[in-house]
Design a protein around this ligand. Structure first.
Ligand code: SDX
Length: 394
C-alpha cells in the first residue's frame, strides 16, 4: 500500500524504528491500530477491547476479553500507603506531575516482579498499570477539590468506574450518564496509540535500558505533558476561552498565529505527520456536536472553534503549510462538557494513551529489533583544544 516503507529502506533512509502496533499515513489521513481503521474501532469497539488489541495484537475472543476485563477490574484499588502520598504534593501541583510520580512509585509495591524479560512480571505490570491509572488520576482530582477519595467499584465498567471515582460523593447517589460514558470511551479509543510520537518514543528509549515498565511509562507521562504534545488539549481550551473573552474575533488571532513576530500559535492545529486532516479530529468534531446537544450544553467555545477552523482552512498560510486541526483541537470541548476540569485534560490523554505506550514497550522487549537504537549526533562544537590552567587564563 502507498506510504508503507519497507523495514530496510525505512531504517536506512529515516532511522525509523520498526513496529507492528500502529500505522499512520499522514498524506492520506489514515490511522490503523494493528491493521484496523480507527473509524471502524471508534464506531464498533470499546476502549478496553482496543487496549487488548494494541497490547496482544489481536481482537480478543469473548473468553479472552472476559478474563482480561476481570483481571483489570480486580486490580483497580491502590495501596493505602500510596493514598497518603497525595498529602505530600504542594496544593497546586499539576495532575500530570502527580500521575507520573504515582506511577513511578507503584513500582515499589512490586519490587520482586519488575523484570521486563520475565513474561509473568510483564503481565503483572501491564495489568496493574491499566487498572490503577484511572484510580490515581481520579484521586488527584478529588484531592485538588478537597473531596474524599471514592474507591473503585467492581460492578462498574472501566470508564464508568473512572467517572464514579471522579464525580460521586459519599453524600448522595451518583449514576453514570451513559452519554458521557460512551463519549469518554470513544475519546480514549482515539487517543490509544499514535506510533512514534514524542511520548511513545520516550517510553521506548527509557524501556530500552531495561528500566521497568512503571519507570518507562512515568517518563512517557512527562513527555506528554509538554504543550506541543499532549498538553495542547489544555492550551486549546485556554486559547478558545481567551478569544471568547476578547470578543470572539477569530481573524485577529488567525493573523497573530501567522505573524512571525508573535509567539502565538494556533494550538490544536498542525501535526508532525498528518499533512491532511487528522482522522481523529474529524471523529471528535462530530462527537462534540452530538454530546453537547445530548447533554444540553451550549458552549460558545465550540462555535469559536468551528469558526476558527473554517477561517484557517480558507487561509493561504494554513493551507500552504498543510495545518489542519489535530486530535487536541476539539477534545477539550467534550471533556469540559463532561465536567472534567481543564488541568485534567492532559491526564485524560494519558489515560487513553496508556495501552499504546504499554504495547510499544512490550513489543520492544519481546522483539529487540524494534528498539530505538542509541541516537547518534552531528557534532557542531569546538575543534580539538588543549587545556590552559586557570592562572594562565588572565
Ligand atoms: C499531538 O506526534 C504525534 O502523533 C502527536 C500526537 C499524538 O497522538 O501523540 O498526534 C498528539 O501532539 C498533536 C499536536 C498537538 N500540538 C499542538 O497542537 C501545538 C500546535 N502545533 C504546533 O506546535 C505544530 O504544528 C506541531 C509541533 C504540532 C508540528 O510541528 P511541525 O510539523 O514540525 O511544524 P513546524 O513546527 O515545523 O511548523 C511548520 C510551519 C512553521 O511555519 P514556517 O516556519 O514554515 O513559516 O507551520 C507553522 C510554523 O510556524 N505552524 C504553525 C502552527 N503549527 C505549525 N503556525 C501557527 N499555528 C500553529 N499551530
Amino acid at each position: 500500500q502507498s506510504g508503507i516503507i519497507t523495514m530496510d529502506e525505512g531504517y536506512m533512509n529515516t532511522g525509523a524504528c520498526k513496529s507492528a502496533v500502529t500505522f499512520i499515513d499522514g498524506e492520506l489521513g489514515i490511522l490503523r491500530y494493528r491493521g484496523y481503521d480507527i473509524e471502524d474501532l471508534a464506531q464498533r469497539s470499546s476502549f478496553l477491547e482496543v487496549a487488548y488489541l494494541l497490547i496482544y495484537g489481536e481482537l480478543p475472543s469473548q473468553g479472552q476479553f472476559g478474563e482480561f476485563r476481570n483481571r483489570v477490574t480486580r486490580h483497580t484499588m491502590i495501596h493505602e500507603d500510596l493514598k497518603r502520598l497525595y498529602d505530600g504534593f504542594p496544593k497546586d501541583s499539576h495532575p500530570m506531575a502527580i500521575l507520573s510520580s504515582m506511577i513511578l512509585t507503584l513500582s515499589g509495591y512490586y519490587n520482586d516482579q519488575l523484570d521486563p524479560l520475565n513474561p509473568r512480571h510483564r503481565e503483572i505490570s501491564i495489568t496493574r498499570l491499566l487498572a490503577k491509572t484511572p484510580t490515581i488520576a481520579a484521586y488527584s482530582y478529588k484531592k485538588s477539590i478537597g473531596q474524599p477519595f471514592v474507591y473503585p467499584r467492581n460492578s462498574l465498567s472501566y470508564i464508568g468506574n473512572f467517572l464514579n471515582m471522579m464525580f460521586s460523593v459519599p453524600a448522595e447517589d451518583y449514576a453514570v450518564d451513559p452519554v458521557i460514558e460512551k463519549a469518554l470511551d470513544l475519546l480514549l479509543i482515539l487517543h490509544a496509540d499514535h506510533e512514534q510520537n514524542c511520548s511513545a518514543s520516550t517510553v521506548r528509549l527509557v524501556g530500552s535500558s531495561r528500566a521497568n515498565l512503571f519507570a518507562a511509562i512515568a517518563s512517557g507521562v512527562c513527555a506528554l505533558w509538554g504543550p506541543l504534545h499532549g498538553g495542547a488539549n489544555q492550551e486549546v481550551i485556554e486559547m478558545l476561552q481567551h478569544i471568547h473573552n476578547d470578543g470572539g474575533d477569530v481573524n485577529k488571532y488567525l493573523n497573530m498565529a501567522k505573524d512571525k513576530n508573535s509567539t502565538f500559535r494556533l494550538m490544536g492545529f498542525g501535526h508532525r505527520v498528518y499533512k491532511n486532516f487528522d482522522p481523529r479530529a474529524k471523529i471528535i468534531k462530530k462527537t462534540a456536536d452530538e454530546v453537547l446537544q445530548k447533554l444540553g450544553v451550549n458552549d460558545p467555545l465550540l462555535e469559536i472553534a468551528m469558526k476558527l477552523e473554517e477561517a484557517a482552512l480558507n487561509d493561504e498560510y494554513f493551507v500552504e503549510r498543510k495545518l489542519y486541526p489535530n486530535v487536541d483541537f476539539y477534545s477539550g470541548i467534550i471533556y469540559k462538557a463532561m465536567g472534567i476540569p481543564t488541568e485534567m485534560f492532559t491526564v485524560m490523554f494519558a489515560l487513553g494513551r496508556m495501552p499504546g505506550w504499554i504495547a510499544q514497550w512490550k513489543e520492544m522487549i519481546e522483539d529487540p529489533t524494534t528498539k530505538i537504537g542509541r541516537p547518534r549526533q552531528i557534532y557542531t562544537g569546538a575543534a580539538h583544544r588543549t587545556y590552559v590552567p586557570l592562572d594562565q587564563r588572565g
